[in-house]
Every structure is written in structure tokens, then in C-alpha cells.
Design a protein around this ligand. Structure first.
Ligand code: KE4
Length: 426
């Protein structure tokens, strides 16, 4: 029953393109209409028609403590009473900068922005300014926000809506972006031989074409090639940062990027992005250096307070350990549910991030992910949704478990998955 949601969606479509403020929310990849959220708490969301769901989207990553965590809500409420925005340096910016640099040692200096897109965009401009080279390498299916230079064979919503190369991006600009299949070291080496590369940007654990992983040696080869040729290595950890480990994917794989893009979790649900790295590179930024970058709301006190509260709470409860335990329980039960399925399903997980590809494995890059049966995925999605489990409404996204999810949430979820898999196989 979605009468209120349908009403709202009709109204939304009159004044908002596609009825949504971000395409992936439109349920187009699952042939459906989005529900409208009324409220959310912990692992649960409720829509405007009173339907309750166990939430595995978590606002696409920020809700690592679940929704409306007390520590974050209290911090925002308390900070708001002292002013909402100043455009003047405030102590919270310094505290968050210091904490991030401490947890992610490759970051010696960091600048706040207001989205992951801005973080990635600023990394590209800074890398081009620092190296004096225009060409960049990205990887098919990786998504770095809607940056002109990076909407080339892009993932997430671009892939979901069948336009990995967006209209409106000048051909001459797109020509400066070389997009390669992820995990292909030979093509990386070839691109470096044939071009003067300023930077390589990648999701160290691609999670915007579904979720897959770097092969042994891939990240270290990219690192070595960048070092050898004087290009900068940019890790886009907007999604993985402070989720897959306290120090992100760069801690897990022991690779030190020159720059890192961050977002989502560090804002506690408020609009934040950040980018940081070696001081000699960051010092090229205005007002010290020639690379301009700015933002009215960058370092906004509410967003800083929310991010600090979230990260500190995550550490206080040893959230990463809790997320790994929940993730492992989910994986064990999910694999049991998937094993007898009559449809091909490949399950991937790292920590609290997971994905079910409706395709046989192995899946190591975009081409593999695109073998997925989107119709089967859509049926699975709706079969789970109607049973109260909300997965991302696209095959080309990743699921997120939060520290607010319980073992019984996970058990219930897998019961639903089992029923859904049976239903779609009919
Ligand atoms: P934002 O500009 O949406 O804050 O961040 C862009 C971004 C950059 N880098 C990575 C690795 C990302 O995953 C994202 C955004 N992720 C998508 C979900 N896959 C955001 C959801 C949406 O577009 O609404």
C-alpha cells in the first residue's frame, strides 16, 4: 500500500526532475516507484504509509551507526544552538582535520568540502595543478560523483540509467580521461607508456557497479606506476573511508595514496566531503598556492560536529569489530540461502559492505558485473521490499550493514532473502 508515497511522487515529478534529487533514488533500475520516507531510527526506516523496513542502504553509506544515532543527534542539536553557519574558521574544523589525519596517516593536510563529488573534483584539479599534466586514468564502473572529467564510463547512477558517459561533458574534456578495465595491470602499464599521466583515481574497492575487489598486486602495481612516472595516485574512499577499517581501504591494503577523497561517514549524515594528502601537494591550494578551491559551507559547524560525533562513537564502541561480526554472520546465513537457488547469484562482502550479483562468478570488473540479470535482480528487490527488507534499488550498488543492525535483523533478512529467491525462481 503506497497511496501517500504515490501522491507525493506525483507532486515531486511536477517540480523535481524524475521526482528525485538524485537519480538512483528513482527505482528505475527495478521498474518501480520510490517510497517516501517518514522517519528512520537505528536499522529501521518507516515510509509515509507506515510500512517498516530493515534498511541496507543507510543513506548510501553515511548511516554507519544506523539512523538518528543519539551521539550524533545530540551533537548537532547542541552545536546548532551556537549558530548554524559562520563562514569563519571554527574549532570543530580543526578537530575533525586532526582526527582524520591521525586515522589516515597518508593525509598530512585536509580540506573540507560539501560532497564526495566536490572532493573528487578538487583532487583532480589539484593533481593537474601539481603535476602540470592534464591526462588522468580512471576505471570502468568506478564512480567519483558527477564530476565532468570523471563521468566517463562511470558507475552508480550513471550506469544504472545507462549513461556511463553523460551528455553535456565536452568531448575535448572527456578525451583527457582514459578509462580502463579495473584489475588489468597490463593496460595500466600500457596507458602509462603511451601517455603523460597526471593522476590515477580509483575506488580501491569498487562499490558503484556492485561490489568487487582488487586482485592481488593490482593496487601495488598502480601505486608503483604512479611513482615511477611522477603521477599522483588518488584513492576515492568516499564510501570505504572509515567503513572497511578505521583507516579505510588504504589501511587494509597497505597502499599509501598521494591524495584521498572522503565523504559520507565523516559527515554523520550531513553534507560533507573532504580531500587530503601529502602536505607538499595540499599546499598548492589557495590561499597558499595557485590551485583555487573554495566553498561557502565548507567546514560547516553542524556537519563537523556530526562527523566528529559519528567517528568518535564508532571508535568508542569498536564499531569495525561489530560490523565485521555482523557481516560474517550475514555472509554465512546468506550463502546458505543462496546455495540452493535456481538462479545464478554471486555474493561479495567486505566488512559491512555486500552485494548480490544475479550472475555467475567470478566478477572482477564492470564487464563481469554487467553480466547480471537485471530482471531477476528487480524481482528479488521487490520480493524483499514487500517483506520489509530494503536493499539498494539497483544491481549496480552496494549494501551496507550498520552497528545498529542486530543479529535478529540479519536472521530475519536472510529468511526474507530465502523466500524471495524461491519466489523469483518460480
Ligand atoms: P556525492 O557527491 O554523492 O556525495 O559523492 C559522490 C561519490 C564519490 N565517490 C564514491 C566512491 C561514491 O560512492 C560517491 C557517491 N555514491 C553514490 C552511491 N553509490 C551516491 C548515491 C547517489 O548518487 O544518490
Amino acid at each position: 500500500m503506497h497511496s501517500r508515497s504515490s501522491e507525493l511522487f506525483r507532486a515531486a515529478q511536477k517540480r523535481i526532475p524524475g521526482g528525485v534529487n538524485s537519480p538512483v533514488r528513482a527505482f528505475r533500475n527495478v521498474d518501480g516507484e520510490p517510497f517516501f520516507v517518514e522517519r528512520a531510527e537505528g536499522s529501521r526506516i518507516w515510509d509515509v504509509d507506515g510500512n517498516e523496513y530493515i534498511d541496507y542502504v543507510g543513506s548510501w553509506g553515511p548511516a554507519i551507526l544506523g539512523h538518528a544515532p543519539k551521539a550524533v543527534v545530540d551533537a548537532v542539536r547542541e552545536t546548532a544552538t551556537r549558530g548554524l553557519s559562520f563562514g569563519i574558521p571554527n574549532s570543530l574544523e580543526v578537530e575533525l582535520a586532526e582526527l582524520i589525519c591521525q586515522w589516515m596517516p597518508s593525509i598530512e593536510k585536509i580540506r573540507m568540502v560539501n560532497s564526495g563529488t566536490e572532493a573528487a573534483m578538487s583532487c583532480i584539479r589539484l593533481a593537474r595543478g601539481f603535476t602540470g599534466r592534464d591526462k588522468i586514468i580512471k576505471f570502468d564502473g568506478c564512480y567519483h560523483g558527477h564530476v565532468d572529467a570523471l563521468l566517463v564510463k562511470s558507475g552508480s547512477g550513471a550506469l544504472t540509467h545507462g549513461r556511463p558517459d553523460s551528455a553535456g561533458v565536452p568531448k575535448d574534456l572527456a578525451a583527457l580521461t582514459i578509462s580502463l578495465p579495473f584489475n588489468d595491470v597490463d593496460l595500466v602499464r600500457k596507458a602509462f607508456r603511451e601517455n603523460e599521466i597526471g593522476a590515477v583515481i580509483l575506488e580501491p574497492i569498487p562499490a558503484n557497479a556492485g561490489l568487487y575487489f582488487p586482485r592481488e598486486g593490482f593496487l601495488s602495481t598502480v601505486r608503483d606506476e604512479c611513482t615511477k612516472h611522477g603521477a599522483l595516485l588518488i584513492f576515492d574512499e568516499v564510501m570505504t573511508g572509515f567503513r572497511v577499517a578505521r583507516g579505510g581501504a588504504q589501511e587494509i591494503y597497505g597502499i599509501k595514496p598521494d591524495l584521498t577523497a572522503l565523504g559520507k561517514i565523516i559527515g554523520g549524515g550531513l553534507p560533507v566531503g573532504a580531500f587530503g594528502g601529502r602536505a607538499e601537494i595540499m599546499d598548492q591550494l589557495s590561499p597558499d598556492g595557485p590551485v583555487y578551491q573554495a566553498g561557502t559551507l565548507s567546514g560547516n559547524p553542524l556537519a563537523m560536529a556530526a562527523g566528529l560525533a559519528q567517528l568518535r562513537e564508532l571508535e568508542r564502541i569498536d564499531g569495525w569489530n561489530k560490523l565485521e561480526k555482523l557481516g560474517a554472520q550475514f555472509e554465512d546465513l546468506a550463502r546458505d540461502a543462496i546455495a540452493p537457488a535456481k538462479v545464478d547469484i554471486t555474493f561479495h562482502r567486505i566488512g559491512s559492505m555486500f552485494c548480490l550479483f544475479f550472475a555467475g562468478g567470478p566478477i572482477v570488473d564492470l564487464a563481469g558485473a554487467q553480466r547480471s540479470d537485471l530482471k531477476a535482480f528487480a524481482k528479488f528487490f521487490h520480493a524483499c521490499l514487500k517483506r520489509g527488507v530494503y536493499f539498494a534499488p539497483s544491481q549496480f550498488e552496494t549494501g551496507f550493514i550498520s552497528t545498529a543492525h542486530s543479529s535478529s535483523d540479519v536472521e530475519r533478512t536472510v529468511v526474507v532473502m530465502r523466500e524471495a529467491i524461491t519466489e523469483i525462481a518460480r
